[in-house]
Design a protein around this ligand. Structure first.
Ligand code: LMR
Length: 334
């Protein structure tokens, strides 16, 4: 794959140094992502395109590639580092394999009680410090975009922690998520997002965890008999851009793009919750999956079963970061 990405980079370089009229050519930003266009991230990427092209008066052209049409999860991060694409918005859970495991703190079960707590983290010093870690990997972090809270789905009813025993779950590439499912006695398996539907359909895995919006737009509810409303974890994104590309932009263009990004971020964060509620309503309407709601005691039992994850992964994401995160999120709800 790396060879293919490198070939794409060389082809792009030829275009850049090409004909004399190149100076008049728009600057192209390839924005690749793995979800459907009709999701919080998909809509925000399209909004950024619209605003970026407007504010730069057409000097920048944004090409959005949704649904893994250009690259899958792991490849897209390599492609960004090599300059084959300029912009991405991977979930927090996907930075581990390129050596930035700290973002996995967002994966800790029940760490975020609500979006208000989340904002305290992403808009505060912790969020800013995490974005800075990207510099060393040749990326600049521009924004945090919400998706929402995750639900558990499977072909068996998942109510008590014991129900998770031996169930094969697809996970994103995060060790925290691996620890989470191990704590439940399940068998976690890392898999690209684009492969989940088929893996569920063919029984390669029995279940998965995701937001209502992702479940609905990937049609996972059509191949999962049950979805348990657990809200146990969070999926959000870090919008990143190739650092060299960003630093080399003319200052006025960078300012216009920053403005477009700020507005696309506000747009995303204002509509993501509704997107998820709408997706839940559609899934209910389809009648294809039974939605299971937990009682207070069942919810408590799930929380307790996942508690050991915090200790398990402290050395991975760093206990001080976990403490700082908890301080922010607890402060938000008090
Ligand atoms: C997943 O892989 O389940 C999600 O991170 C996909 C996404 O980008 O929302």
């Amino acid at each position: 794959m790396r060879k293919l990405i490198l070939a794409a980079v060389s082809a792009a370089a030829l275009v850049v140094v090409g004909p004399a009229s190149a100076a008049d050519q728009p600057i192209v930003i390839k924005f690749s992502h793995v979800v459907a266009s009709d999701t919080p991230k998909g809509k925000a990427a399209d909004k950024f395109k619209e605003l970026a092209e407007k504010y730069t008066d057409g000097k920048v052209k944004v090409e959005v590639y949704p649904n893994s049409t250009l690259y899958k999860d792991k490849e897209e991060l390599e492609a960004l580092q090599l300059g084959a694409v300029q912009m991405l918005a991977p979930s927090n859970s996907k930075f581990g394999p390129i050596g930035i495991k700290e973002f996995e703190v967002f994966d800790l079960p029940y760490i975020l009680p609500d979006t208000k707590a989340l904002r305290k983290v992403t808009e505060g010093p912790v969020g800013a410090r995490l974005l800075k870690l990207l510099d060393a990997k040749g990326m600049t972090g521009l924004a945090y975009w919400d998706n929402g809270f995750k639900q558990m789905s499977a072909n068996k009813k998942l109510v008590t922690p014991a129900d998770y025993q031996g169930v094969k779950f697809r996970i994103q590439s995060s060790r925290v998520l691996q620890a989470q499912f191990k704590a439940l006695g399940s068998l976690p398996q890392v898999m690209a997002f684009s492969e989940v539907y088929q893996a569920l359909q063919t029984g390669v895995v029995d279940g998965q965890e995701n937001t209502w919006s992702n479940i609905y737009t990937q049609k996972m509810h059509e191949v999962q008999k049950y979805i348990t409303e657990t809200n146990h974890g969070y999926i959000g994104y870090v919008v990143i851009v190739n650092k060299k590309f960003w630093d080399d932009l003319p200052a006025d263009i960078r300012d216009q793009l920053s403005k477009a990004m700020k507005e696309a971020t506000d747009f995303n964060n204002a509509q993501s919750q509704r997107e998820n509620e709408d997706a839940l309503a559609e899934i209910k309407k389809s009648g294809k999956s039974e939605i299971i709601t937990l009682t207070h005691d069942q919810d408590e039992a799930m929380r307790k079963a996942m508690e050991p994850v915090y200790k398990d992964v402290a050395t991975r994401v760093g206990q001080p970061l976990i403490d700082e995160f908890l301080k922010e999120t607890r402060g938000a709800t008090n």
